[in-house]
Design a protein around this ligand. Structure first.
Ligand SMILES: Cc1cc2nc3c(=O)[nH]c(=O)nc-3n(C[C@H](O)[C@H](O)[C@H](O)COP(=O)(O)OP(=O)(O)OC[C@H]3O[C@@H](n4cnc5c(N)ncnc54)[C@H](O)[C@@H]3O)c2cc1C
Length: 383
């Protein structure tokens, strides 16, 4: 058993922590206030190679291990939470498109995505289907060498800026999960329309509703075999859920560090407030939980990197870490007194940002069903 990062990983942490502090954190509030997509930061992350971590080498990717992706996500979250969505989506695209895409699709989309010039979204959720993701209404019908796509995708992160979407549609509704097929759909095609959602947080990247009205794509844009889409996305979610957890923990950890510095400075009743147990104990508790959750995340990624099952661990951290992050950031906000409640300090924004990922990519309730199923078998499920 070895809990230490390698010297290369330590170096990566130092580099990205400096990048997040200098280039992301000072602009994060502006992006949130203006709901402006951070293109400049996106390109910088592209230059640093952060969008190619899971993509095949021949298209400009790096095929790094998942542990490295975890480190990157945690560090970027310290600077700006919205930017971690780019890492998640590029990671999923690297896997889903990289493993299942036709040559022309990979050539067209992976290099610009890796460079931070093209954004790929993921479209699973629909207006009437979220947690029950096998029951999609969006249809893809084969017509000679094309597919015709009709339906609506809702709650899609980066939906207003994305250039293409990894879209999951049913090619055989009766087959439920086994009828779900993945496609790469460019979003400038006739029949595509989009409208923004007004979200509580992560406003820099935003979410949208995307409609597909008889959108025609070449059959070569199918990702993998018909009926394999559900399994592709669930395989991706198994590691992406850990990345989400680490993003939430990165935001919590940086909040805690800022709070530790503040409570040593701030005086009340003639002494620094850190000397009151009512102040130091919540900090000690939060640090304990964050450490435990963080190592469970890295264990899940280690299992994944070693080809071992990690569905249970990834569902565990996906329900726990976002909740823990919300509670920790809330506590940090309170420990800053009335200043914490203003938008001069980053806590209110971080709180709004992390709440979204208590829901996105699977709610806590659904994650607990997964943990229970992994522990006790399918007889524990209500369906
Ligand atoms: C910030 C954010 C980003 C997102 N980004 C994307 C994206 O990029 N692409 C995409 O496709 N989707 C995205 N989503 C959508 C997200 O994946 C869904 O919202 C999520 O899967 C839940 O689905 P739902 O909203 O339809 O809720 P529902 O499935 O309708 O659930 C409503 C409530 O019922 C509970 N519930 C449902 N079933 C059960 C059950 N069996 N047992 C107990 N409780 C249950 C849920 O936990 C929840 O509390 C995003 C959502 C958010 C908030």
């Amino acid at each position: 058993m070895d809990f230490a990062f390698t010297p290369e990983q330590e170096e990566l942490i130092r580099t990205l922590r400096a990048f997040a502090r200098k280039e992301l954190a000072p602009r994060s509030r502006h992006w949130d206030k203006t709901a402006q997509f951070p293109w400049e930061a996106w390109r910088r992350m592209g230059e640093l190679g952060l969008f190619g971590l899971r993509a095949p080498v021949e298209y400009g990717g790096q095929e790094t291990d998942l542990l490295t992706m975890g480190i990157v996500t945690e560090e970027i979250a310290r600077g700006d939470f919205s930017c971690t969505y780019g890492l998640q989506l590029a990671g999923l695209a690297g896997e889903i498109v990289g493993r299942n895409g036709a040559e022309e699709v990979k050539k067209r989309w992976l290099p610009p995505m890796i460079g931070g010039e093209a954004v790929l979204a993921i479209g699973l959720t629909e207006p009437s289907v979220g947690s029950d993701a096998a029951n999609l209404a969006c249809r893809a019908v084969r017509e000679r060498d094309e597919y015709v796509i009709t339906g609506e995708k809702s709650g899609i992160s980066l939906g207003m800026v994305a250039h293409a979407i990894m879209l999951f549609a049913t090619t055989n509704p009766a087959a439920k999960a086994r009828g779900v097929t993945a496609f790469l759909v460019p979003l400038d095609l006739p029949g595509v329309s989009r409208s923004p959602l007004r979200d509580l947080g992560a406003r820099a990247i935003g979410r949208a509703v995307l409609s597909f009205d008889h959108v025609r794509i070449p059959a070569s844009h199918r990702l993998g075999e018909e009926g394999s889409g559900f399994y592709q996305v669930m395989r991706g979610f198994d590691f992406n859920r850990v990345l989400i957890a680490l993003a939430c923990l990165g935001a919590a950890q940086t909040s805690l560090e800022e709070t530790m510095a503040y409570v040593k400075e701030r005086q009340a009743f003639g002494k620094p407030i850190v000397q009151f147990e009512g102040v130091s104990f919540p900090i000690a508790e939060a640090a304990t939980y964050i450490d435990a959750a963080r190592w469970l995340c890295y264990r899940a990624l280690w299992l994944a990197d070693h080809g071992q099952p990690h569905t249970k661990e990834s569902a565990m951290v996906k329900w726990w870490a976002p909740r823990l992050s919300v509670e920790t950031i809330h506590q940090c906000l309170l420990l800053h007194g009335h200043y914490g409640y203003t938008d001069e300090l980053p806590f209110e924004q971080r709180l709004r940002d992390v709440i979204g990922l208590e829901i996105g990519d699977g709610t806590a309730e659904v994650m607990k069903l997964v943990v229970a199923r992994e522990l006790m078998g399918r007889e524990s499920l209500p369906y």
